[in-house]
Design a protein around this ligand. Structure first.
Ligand code: ADP
Ligand code: MG
Length: 321
């Protein structure tokens, strides 16, 4: 039977890049360039709550890191490295090998090596905790509190597909194999917009990554920045895979659907060309979906320019009773 140390050596030890001290000592060490700040974020993923127990372990390894890289992206931070905490209810080596593969592949793609962690047997469900470290020049991070009244509001990528895939897998929607096939990658293989976040430094006033749904996540920018917003539903980049979906379900997926891991950001209207150029440089699609207002509140206009009522709420882990 493999020991904890065998597992760490086999699946989680990679040669650390020059200048870093990776797995194997009591702490990892990494340098921080002069004049830069460390950006750090952690996410805890629990079986049954954040992923289905039978999810492809390679996809799970990818997503566990992707949701953290997405937080670095939303701050405009460049990845440095990450640490991984694992509570394992069972020792399934093929599962662990696939999980590690998915994790390391994304780590390599973003230059975010795994430099430490903790591994323990658990009497409970699988739990995965990832912490990322990044660097950003002091004062240049894209924070939630920087939006100004009159800013454009932008989103990257497409909206809604992950929410629909989740509801199909969860049995909330009738089984639909082709719709699931068209939406599943959005849920299981989110692509963190790190390059876009970096390219938006000095252009965007505020940014957040979309984990809980556009309305809820934008709401955090509005609250932190003390501004309001008006969105135009007709401008929303609904996922093409959702063409033909019932209108009410589409609206809920686009405005309230979580697990998107794209960016929502604000930028001055005078910087539209710069935003477009940043998106091109990052190979990202961006769509202008509304603007901020001095007055608090969030309005979404329908195709006729009328305020929508009964807007979907985003995901809340502690909903009011
Ligand atoms: P300690 O007892 O000092 O916490 P451990 O025996 O837990 O050390 O870990 C040994 C080394 O392996 C450490 O460098 C730790 O960061 C690393 N490590 C443990 N688990 C993981 C993991 N899941 N992923 C990456 N590194 C890990
Ligand atoms: Mg330990």
């Amino acid at each position: 039977m493999a020991s904890e140390f065998d597992l760490i050596a086999r699946y989680f030890t990679r040669t650390a890049p020059a200048g870093l001290l990776g797995v194997g000592d009591d702490c990892a060490l990494f340098p921080v360039p002069p004049g830069e700040q460390v950006a750090t974020s952690t996410d805890l993923l629990l079986e049954g709550r954040h992923f289905f127990p039978d999810v492809d372990p390679r996809a799970l390894g990818h997503k566990a890191l992707a949701v953290n890289l997405s937080d670095l992206a939303a701050m405009g931070a460049r990845p440095i490295g990450c640490v991984l905490g694992l509570a394992l209810p069972r020792l399934d080596e093929p599962w662990l090998a696939a999980f590690a593969d998915g994790f390391h592949a994304l780590a390599d793609a973003h230059g975010c090596p795994l430099i430490g962690g903790d591994t323990t047997r658990s009497a409970h469900d699988l739990a995965i905790s990832v912490t990322v470290f990044g660097a950003v020049p002091a004062g240049q991070a894209l924070r939630r509190d920087g939006a100004q009244a009159g800013d454009d509001i932008w989103v990257s990528g497409e909206l809604g597909a992950a929410d629909v895939a989740y509801r199909l897998l969860d049995g909330q929607y009738p089984a639909d194999g082709s719709l699931l096939a068209a939406t599943r990658d959005a849920l299981e293989w989110p692509q963190p917009q790190v390059a876009l976040g970096l390219a938006l430094r000095g252009i965007a006033h505020a940014a957040i990554d979309l984990s809980d749904g556009l309305l809820q996540d934008l709401g955090h920018i509005l609250a932190a920045s003390r501004v309001g917003a008006c969105l135009e539903y007709a401008r929303m980049p609904a996922a093409t895979a959702l063409a033909g979906l019932d209108e009410a379900l589409l609206r809920r997926a686009v405005l309230g659907g979580g697990d998107v891991y794209q960016l929502c950001f604000t930028a001055p209207a005078a910087r539209r060309d710069a935003v477009a150029q940043a998106a091109r440089a990052a190979n990202a699609r961006v769509t202008r979906v509304g603007h901020t207002l001095a007055q608090a509140g969030l309005t979404v206009l329908d195709g006729q320019g009328q305020p929508m009522t009964a807007l979907p709420a985003g995901f809340d882990h502690f909903p009011a009773a």
